[in-house]
Design a protein around this ligand. Structure first.
Ligand SMILES: [Zn+2]
Ligand SMILES: [Zn+2]
Length: 143
């Protein structure tokens, strides 16, 4: 038999035989484990968008588990779960909006402060008697 092949997705050791591995890789438990693995990297927006246009899965109606798991072509989320996801997405959107607003405000403050700083500085420079070579600075005075 020799060494075994280890499947990361399934966390399982199988016989290191080309045909067995090939068969394993197209089997439902493996495909399901793989899909579940990638599901965790998806944004909630993406999960919601995918779930929204799916019809509810019939296997879940009688309380039993669906053998297809995340691979199922049908929706496994209840309307309440969908609603919760929608609220989360909305919250995320609002937070992002607030953050960009804060950045915009901050940038505006920086502009104002820079202008004030420059104005004060040039005013002071203008008040002092400048050497003729620097009298041009007065032309920069901000109105
Ligand atoms: Zn596997
Ligand atoms: Zn299903």
């Amino acid at each position: 038999m020799g060494r075994k092949y280890y499947c990361d997705y399934c966390d399982k050791r199988i016989q290191k035989d080309y045909n067995i591995i090939k068969q394993h890789n197209v089997g439902l438990p493996h495909l399901r484990a793989k899909a579940e693995y990638f599901q965790q990297f998806k944004d909630i927006e993406q999960i919601l968008a995918e779930a929204k246009h799916k019809a509810p899965c019939r296997s879940l109606k009688d309380g039993s588990e669906c053998t297809f798991g995340v691979l199922c072509r049908y929706r496994h989320y209840t309307p309440k779960q969908i609603w919760i996801m929608e609220q989360l997405v909305l919250q995320k959107l609002l937070i992002r909006q607030k953050q960009s607003e804060r950045v915009r405000k901050y940038m505006r403050n920086v502009e104002v402060r820079t202008e004030l700083f420059l104005r004060k500085r040039f005013d002071r420079l203008a008040e002092d008697k400048l050497p003729p070579s620097m009298s041009k600075v007065e032309d920069f005075k901000l109105s």
